[in-house]
Design a protein around this ligand. Structure first.
Ligand code: HEC
Ligand code: HEC
Ligand code: HEC
Ligand code: HEC
Ligand code: HEC
Ligand code: HEC
Length: 494
């Protein structure tokens, strides 16, 4: 009809199409989200590794998507205008505000765009909070984190966010956690994580940046009176209780005498050690540096190496309190607790021994374990009306402390606070560590330097308190050396 050949749309016109415009909105929205996330991330006291993923991976990804859409829109538009040359009708976006249809579309578009920007800002704020949350850390990657999450919920720190302990403050901790966060996410999705997750985790330290944010390191604790309730693995489940006065003391002489168990935290001294294994259960070399410059080195006779060839760790809270949030109870202790709280009836013959034996079998998966534990216990107490309560408690104990899918239980995660089921204090205080002058650290046999036994046994025996400390009467079991771990593996059955 007309021979007027339209020129291809000008560059700026190429972008005037709905696709490019939506792309621009997405790009703008993600750019704002990025700025917002970056600001939160920058200002927040405790950085969060997953924030990095959002701010530096997710938001830019959307930005790129937006830019691609803009380009795609322009490309389609250009092809269109080329086709116009071939006689097709032209559909470039022309907005004529005198047309009601255009007015409506424009209002709709602007409203939508504003809404999108608001939602993306609000969304990134919410995501920020979510990624800080315990729920995110503990449950998003369900299988690998389940053991730590479950034990955490049962710990005295159940209301302390994961990030409070796991991400220290300071620039290096921050960057490390960021990189680690991305790494963890990749591992989780690809299924390449270790079972069990290795411990100790190197990037948790130092304690100054985590534990000491809440716990005042120079606090004087003094003596703590603790009661440990146990039951023997015999027919009558004989109670055996130990009541200790733990000499925790303090580490800062401005607040009380510096001494006792928290002496190690003496702000004036530095305790360093070398570990012979990855889990730091074998400690052959220890060095104490006092403020006055006096240095004492202790080593076991077997350790003849030059210390400079090894990694030297500085002792802190977590060398003793390594399970403040993830305590995998030994089956012995888990069952004793249930018995002492009356959740399992001690009148059931051999119940301690049977329950323990049922828990510690090698099961392939939790579902399998829960079913087999029930079958075993029901068969052992066929006509006992208390059997169902026992089964329910056994299953709960299992779920709280055993995670076969991750191979996580007390065997994988030693608790270093005591010395009964794991070497703990006796890693250093075993009597074998000597200095060149023959000086020894408090040996295991010197029970009273760490605690006094106020009372022990059962029934009326527990009323006989002794302020100076009873000698430890250890049943009638043969008991000649002080390496409790030689016999106590955390699971005694008969
Ligand atoms: C009170 C501080 C604290 C809190 C809160 C905390 N953890 Fe831990 N976490 C630790 C300590 C201490 C270790 C042991 C590290 C060591 O010995 O080096 C640890 C270890 C771990 C490990 C390594 C495996 C292991 O058991 O040693 C994982 C995984 C873990 N925590 C995940 C979490 C998750 C997920 C949360 C939140 C649901 C959380 N943690 C909360 C202190 C904490
Ligand atoms: C965000 C604060 C916070 C951080 C960080 C923190 N804790 Fe705690 N801790 C608490 C609170 C709260 C309690 C419970 C106090 C109570 O209820 O008596 C507690 C209790 C404890 C107890 C006594 C537990 C018991 O069995 O009675 C120990 C030991 C302890 N924390 C050690 C640690 C260690 C070690 C770390 C570092 C890995 C740490 N905490 C990090 C807040 C914190
Ligand atoms: C040499 C090992 C050791 C070191 C190091 C150590 N503690 Fe303790 N701490 C203990 C023992 C043992 C107890 C007694 C309670 C127990 O058995 O859980 C205790 C008790 C505590 C308690 C509970 C006090 C109460 O009133 O209930 C807190 C909190 C605590 N320690 C925090 C810390 C912090 C924070 C650090 C690091 C600055 C630290 N500890 C370093 C061994 C240690
Ligand atoms: C890494 C090695 C190491 C570990 C683990 C360790 N200690 Fe010590 N402990 C030392 C050293 C070193 C000394 C100081 C020896 C000296 O006097 O030269 C010491 C001293 C002590 C003292 C005497 C403090 C004083 O008043 O002089 C007590 C009590 C004590 N430790 C208890 C414990 C308890 C309880 C545990 C376990 C929760 C424990 N230690 C774990 C290395 C260790
Ligand atoms: C280096 C310090 C130290 C020495 C030496 C020491 N203990 Fe302990 N012991 C501890 C600590 C710390 C705990 C508390 C563990 C906890 O809170 O779980 C403990 C706990 C115990 C318990 C209770 C354990 C439980 O789970 O029921 C008994 C029993 C005990 N000690 C006996 C002894 C005897 C017997 C000796 C001497 C042969 C001795 N201890 C030497 C530090 C020591
Ligand atoms: C020669 C092996 C042996 C040594 C070493 C040993 N024990 Fe025992 N212990 C036993 C036996 C066997 C029982 C009885 C277990 C049962 O019937 O449940 C027992 C029971 C106990 C009990 C009460 C029941 C229980 O299972 O908790 C406590 C507490 C205890 N021992 C603490 C210690 C401490 C602390 C040390 C180190 C100072 C130690 N034992 C060293 C063999 C030993």
């Amino acid at each position: 009809m007309t021979n007027e050949t339209e020129k291809p749309a000008k560059r700026s016109q190429q972008y005037r199409n709905w696709l490019s415009l939506s792309g621009a909105i997405i790009a703008l929205g993600s750019f704002f989200s990025f700025i917002l996330l970056f600001a939160f991330d920058f200002i927040s006291h405790h950085g969060n590794p997953y924030m990095g993923i959002l701010a530096y991976v997710v938001a830019p990804a959307f930005l790129i998507l937006g830019l691609l859409l803009i380009a795609l829109g322009a490309w389609i538009e250009r092809r269109h205008s080329r086709r116009i040359a071939a006689g097709a009708a032209r559909h470039a976006l022309t907005i004529d505000l005198s047309r009601q249809r255009d007015r409506r579309a424009l209002i709709g578009f602007i409203a939508g765009a504003v809404l999108f920007l608001l939602v993306s800002a609000f969304g990134s704020y919410q995501t920020y909070h979510y990624s800080e949350s315990v729920h995110f850390c503990g449950q998003t990657c369900h299988t690998p984190m389940n053991p730590e999450f479950t034990t955490y919920l049962n710990s005295p720190h159940a209301r302390v966010a994961c990030t409070e302990c796991h991400v220290g403050s300071g620039a290096t901790a921050y960057v490390k956690a960021k990189i680690n966060g991305v790494h963890q996410l990749v591992c989780t999705f690809s299924g390449h994580y270790e079972r069990p997750i290795k411990t100790p985790i190197k990037n948790l330290r130092p304690a100054q940046e985590t534990c000491e944010q809440c716990h005042w390191p120079s606090r004087f604790v003094g003596n703590l009176d603790r009661t440990y309730s146990h039951f023997l693995a015999d027919e009558t489940n004989t109670p055996f209780t130990v009541r200790l006065l733990l000499k925790v003391g303090g580490g800062d002489s401005r607040h009380g005498p510096a001494g006792g168990i928290h002496w190690h935290m003496n702000l004036a001294n530095k305790v360093e050690y070398i570990a012979g294994d990855e889990r730091r259960q074998d400690i052959p070399w220890v060095r104490v540096t006092e403020t006055n410059g006096v240095v004492t080195e202790y080593r076991t006779p077997k350790f003849t190496d030059d210390p400079a060839k090894h990694t030297i760790h500085t002792m802190d809270c977590m060398d003793c309190h390594n399970r403040p949030a993830h305590h995998f109870r030994s089956p012995d202790d888990a069952v004793d607790l249930a018995l002492s709280l009356g959740r399992v009836d001690t009148s059931m013959p051999w119940v301690k021994s049977n329950l323990l034996a049922a828990l510690i079998q090698p099961y392939a998966a939790e579902a399998d374990a829960l079913q087999k534990i029930a079958t075993t216990l029901r068969a052992q107490y066929p006509n006992d009306p208390k059997a169902e309560q026992l089964v329910a408690e056994a299953r709960q104990l299992y779920r709280n402390n055993f995670f076969p899918e991750m191979k996580a239980d007390w065997r994988a995660y030693p608790n270093n606070i005591g010395h009964k089921n794991w070497a703990g204090c006796f890693r250093c205080h075993d009597g074998l560590h000597k200095s060149t002058t023959g000086k020894r650290m408090i040996p295991a046999s010197d029970c009273n330097s760490c605690h006094t036994i106020l009372a022990q046994g059962s029934g009326p025996q527990l009323d006989q308190l002794n302020a100076k400390g009873h000698g430890f009467f250890h049943l009638d079991a043969e008991y000649s050396d002080f390496s409790c771990v030689n016999c106590h593996t955390g699971a005694f059955t008969k």
